[in-house]
Design a protein. Structure first.
Length: 398
């Protein structure tokens, strides 16, 4: 009888498609999510109902000769000479826009050579912006130059990726990040750092001056540590101010022409910022200078904290155990705070979420299992998606 009950329990779990673990309950939506597009990888995907769209950076496919055709039977030999050339492999990397559904799979709607890319998808799913960055890995920097030139392109689609327009953009100006309010209004952020703003769907771009303290005269490819666009339509940028010896946050409300100093957070690296419609700002930060300025071994005992800024006062809401490293912070549909991170204290590393519904005082920490191949959280619907081993899972965090 016990064996029968155990078998029935396994059968029920298999039929319903749910996976139960320490992180709660996941619904298995697909067993072969985007498996048909090779080399495999789900990319930076979005899902609405059964519809799927994804931006995917990918390496070229490489193959090897069978043993009997190798010059040395005991050594793997690429089918074509370029497949053994690391620089040529890098030169053949591409970015793809894939679209379809969870039932019938996806198809490629766009592909362009790129080693770096970012994108933005409008809430109605009609408009897409895509930036690409490509450099020749066979080329050395010119005499007196620090870097090999990168060629940047900017594309736009208004029909869910079916057709594309190449927008006018100077190819020597890098684009690393999109932050858009809607299909017509938004920002581009690039190396330097630089900020550009459009009010007419990318037909014209206005460059916004950035704080002088964010620049490094010796590094033309300096970046902000973080750029976030809040629900209050305010663009916020964080960087470590060397002169002050602390991280600072500047803000740029829509329509203003220059960022203004908002708050300093001390000896912390800012990992994310979330702001609600009322302008209440929540900051995810890790003790110590930003990761880019510190050796990894020095980060072992630097805990992650959640801070709150109301425009007048900065307060630390919660400090997590130093093993929990947060990479993203969200405001959920029910005004909860969602911490998304990794437990680096475990042997293999495990994905972790923590949720607070009382303004950051108390947190429910959940282990979501070994690191996934991809996933995201939809702040509009409260749906959290995860891909592991070709399988797509869904859960709700309201």
């Amino acid at each position: 009888m016990r064996r029968f009950r155990w078998a029935m329990a396994v059968l029920v779990i298999s039929i319903t498609g749910y996976v139960i673990g320490s992180g709660g309950m996941w619904e298995r939506v697909s067993n072969d999510f985007m498996k048909e597009d090779t080399p495999y990888g789900p990319g930076d995907f979005r899902i609405r109902g059964e519809k799927v769209i994804s931006m995917k950076l990918t390496n070229p496919e490489t193959t090897f000769k069978p043993r009997e055709e190798r010059s040395d039977p005991n050594r793997a030999e690429p089918t074509e000479p370029w497949m053994g050339d690391v620089s040529e492999i890098a030169n053949r990397r591409t970015v793809r826009i894939l679209a379809g559904d969870t039932e019938n799979g996806v198809e490629r709607r766009f592909e362009e050579g790129a080693q770096q890319a970012d994108w933005w998808l409008s809430p109605d799913w009609n408009t897409l912006y895509l930036s690409t960055g490509w450099m020749d890995y066979h080329m050395e920097p010119a005499p007196g130059e620090r870097y090999t030139p990168q060629l940047t392109q900017l594309f736009k689609s208004t029909d869910q990726g079916e057709s594309w327009e190449k927008l006018r953009w100077p190819e020597d100006q890098n684009i690393s990040t999109f932050r858009f309010l809607d299909a017509q209004r938004g920002y581009l952020i690039g190396w330097g750092p630089h900020i550009w703003r459009t009010e007419n769907g990318g037909e014209h771009w206005e460059e916004i001056p950035v704080p002088a303290e964010a620049r490094d005269p010796e590094n033309e490819r300096e970046r902000f540590d973080l750029v976030a666009l809040g629900q209050d339509n305010v663009l916020r940028m964080a960087f470590f101010d060397q002169a002050r010896g602390e991280s600072v946050i500047y803000s740029l409300p829509w329509g203003e022409t220059e960022p203004r100093f908002e708050v300093a957070i001390g000896d912390y690296g800012v990992n994310d910022i979330a702001a609600n419609e009322q302008g209440e700002v929540y900051i995810l930060a890790r003790k110590g200078r930003p990761m880019s300025l510190m050796p990894k071994e020095q980060l072992a005992h630097h805990p992650t904290s959640i801070w709150h800024w109301n425009g007048e006062q900065l307060a630390e809401l919660h400090e997590f155990d130093s093993d929990l490293v947060g990479y993203a912070l969200y405001i959920t549909p029910e005004e909860g705070l969602l911490f998304d991170g990794v437990n680096e204290g475990s042997l293999l590393g495990k994905d972790v979420t923590a949720v607070s519904y009382d303004g950051g005082a108390d947190w429910r920490i959940e282990n979501e299992g070994r690191s996934a191949q991809g996933g995201y959280y939809d702040t509009r619907t409260g749906e959290r998606w995860r891909v592991a081993g070709y399988s797509l899972y869904r859960r709700e965090i309201p």
